[in-house]
Design a protein around this ligand. Structure first.
Ligand SMILES: Cc1cc2nc3c(=O)[nH]c(=O)nc-3n(C[C@H](O)[C@H](O)[C@H](O)COP(=O)(O)OP(=O)(O)OC[C@H]3O[C@@H](n4cnc5c(N)ncnc54)[C@H](O)[C@@H]3O)c2cc1C
Ligand code: SF4
Ligand code: SF4
Ligand code: SF4
Length: 477
């Protein structure tokens, strides 16, 4: 419905530049926005009625809008005055950087990485720095798999551990906070783009800034839409519908941290087949099936506006341990104090990590978001597609260098979303086969990476040999 005025739907959602955080909807003073799933599986705001002339509040809040505040300026305002803080061009501001894990009961086993995000949420409550925490847990509605929920009980916070590779909107919790008569104090977990929207919203509505005391960020490379979860459910042999549990990163049986398992249980209690990441999932996540288009133009790897950022320790010395390690970038002195105290009391085990190792742990994301982005911007310009506001500029040279992969990745994103609704009820291998004409450059790239690795480390070739021959060779060496 075109209402004449500019709003988030006409400028962002209709140009596929939304990631579905729902913050615009939560903040719209006319309650004019509702979050709905589009036919292609993307979660985005929909306009309900006429907008008052020149409102555009949603456009000031959305991180992808041309009216969005500059992220570097927001970060400077938030962190530059903090005693002892440093800044790095890739990492943003940081007080300390750590690697480690929680030793508190069950955090590490349930957590995606070292369980430190859950550890901190609990500590913030225990130390009376917040009243409740807002994180992502199973949805109680049949329309979505997950929802942002408000908790203050340890068991609920623990049940919400684990990464959900699915857009989760927070309009409900934002409205809840804005309408609270007696404002409470919260900590919230979010992806880099959601936290940028939250910072802008807090600037617009000081009550939000007062209530949300701590923002915990998750490092982020990309986000697929809800079709990705549906596809994994189908791959695990279950029908798509309401689910009892979905775990994208079960550690049970994993021989290394990266080869976590997708597991699901249907509402009737039927357990699906476990899907090891490298065997059954990587082709879909890695090649960008169902990826939100706006992620192509995202520049924030390290959630630079978060008070603390969590990520996986994707480094060989940690990746070989399947129980998982978290890396943390700390920007808030209260949080740094809690972490130091936790380390002293041995409820978590942390050691300092040099920032070049932190950056190295996210090498792929840094390469994609800080360098290859210029090529994608150039490609979007060629296609005549709108992009979000970025610091990076389009570059023909970068585009040329990554031309085959860029083009194939866009085709995969579009085609997977177009085709999935037709294949949802068919055997999932049919869908994967149908995607093959678009995915082959990804498989060739993968093969090249694997061959290059074998060339550099010939000992890896031993793994391809039968066990008895391998033992004989190793014994003779
Ligand atoms: C979409 C997505 C992409 C990611 N990409 C990367 C990456 O490229 N590199 C990397 O190193 N790490 C990435 N992460 C972060 C990583 O997977 C872990 O979440 C992080 O290391 C924290 O692990 P933990 O064990 O400390 O947290 P846990 O103890 O497992 O707690 C995680 C907390 O995050 C909340 N949460 C889960 N999913 C979401 C969500 N979608 N939105 C908001 N909150 C959520 C949970 O409710 C829980 O409170 C990504 C996470 C997500 C959700
Ligand atoms: S990204 Fe968030 S703020 Fe922007 S349009 Fe989408 S839901 Fe609204
Ligand atoms: S914030 Fe303003 S412009 Fe945006 S949808 Fe609501 S009323 Fe319309
Ligand atoms: S890649 Fe960027 S835009 Fe996409 S979900 Fe992650 S933080 Fe948001």
């Amino acid at each position: 419905m075109d209402m004449g005025n500019k709003n988030i739907v006409s400028e962002i959602a209709e140009n596929e530049l939304c990631m579905g955080c729902g913050i615009c909807s939560g903040c719209c003073p006319s309650e004019n926005l509702t979050m709905t799933y589009k036919e292609n599986g993307d979660l985005a705001p929909q306009i309900l009625g006429e907008c008052p002339q020149r409102c555009e509040i949603c456009l000031e809040i959305c991180p992808f809008s041309y009216k969005a505040n500059n992220a570097n300026e927001i970060a400077q305002g938030l962190f530059s005055g903090i005693e002892g803080i440093s800044r790095d061009d890739l990492l943003g501001y940081y007080l300390d950087t750590y690697v480690g894990y929680s030793i508190t009961n069950g955090h590490r086993e349930r957590g995606s990485s070292g369980g430190m995000a859950t550890w901190l949420l609990e500590e913030l409550i225990k130390n009376n720095l917040v009243d409740s925490v807002i994180c992502v847990a199973k949805s109680e509605s049949k329309d979505s798999f997950f929802a942002y929920r408000i908790f203050n009980k340890v068991d609920s916070i623990r049940d919400a551990a684990g990464s959900k590779y699915c857009p989760v909107e927070m309009s409900g919790v934002i409205k809840n906070i804005l309408h609270e008569e007696n404002p409470k104090r919260y900590a919230i977990v979010g992806l880099p783009c959601s936290l940028k929207a939250l910072r802008s919203a807090a600037h617009k509505y000081p009550k939000l800034g007062y209530s949300i005391r701590y923002m915990l960020g998750l490092c982020c490379l990309q986000l697929p839409n809800r079709f990705y979860t549906e596809y994994l459910i189908r791959l695990s042999g279950l029908p798509v519908g309401q689910m009892k549990t979905i775990n994208y990163r079960s550690k049970r049986g994993a021989e290394r941290a990266g080869n976590f398992r997708f597991t699901a249980v249907s509402s009737s209690g039927k357990r699906g087949k476990e899907l090891p990441y490298f065997v059954s999932v990587a082709h879909a996540f890695g090649s960008g099936y169902f990826k939100r288009k706006v992620c192509n133009y995202c520049e924030d790897v390290f959630a630079e506006l978060a008070d603390v950022t969590f990520m996986d320790a994707w480094l060989p010395e940690y990746e070989s341990d399947p129980t998982g390690h978290s890396i943390l970038i700390v920007r808030n002195p209260d949080i740094n104090r809690l972490l130091k105290e936790g380390n002293k009391q041995k409820s978590c085990l942390l050691e300092q990590m040099p920032i070049d190792r932190v950056i190295e742990s996210q090498r792929g994301a840094v390469e994609s978001k800080k360098k290859q982005i210029s090529g994608r911007l150039y490609y979007a310009k060629m296609l005549g597609e709108k992009t979000s506001r970025t610091e990076a500029m389009p570059s023909k040279e970068v585009y040329r260098k990554h031309r085959i992969n860029t083009r194939s990745s866009y085709r995969i994103q579009d085609k997977s979303k177009q085709l999935w609704p037709r294949y949802r009820k068919k055997p999932p291998w049919l869908f994967a086969a149908r995607m093959l004409p678009y995915s082959w450059p990804y498989f060739i790239k993968l093969l090249r990476i694997r061959l290059a690795r074998l060339w550099r480390e010939p000992r890896r070739m031993l793994k391809l040999l039968p066990g008895s021959i391998r033992t004989r060779i190793l014994r003779n060496n």
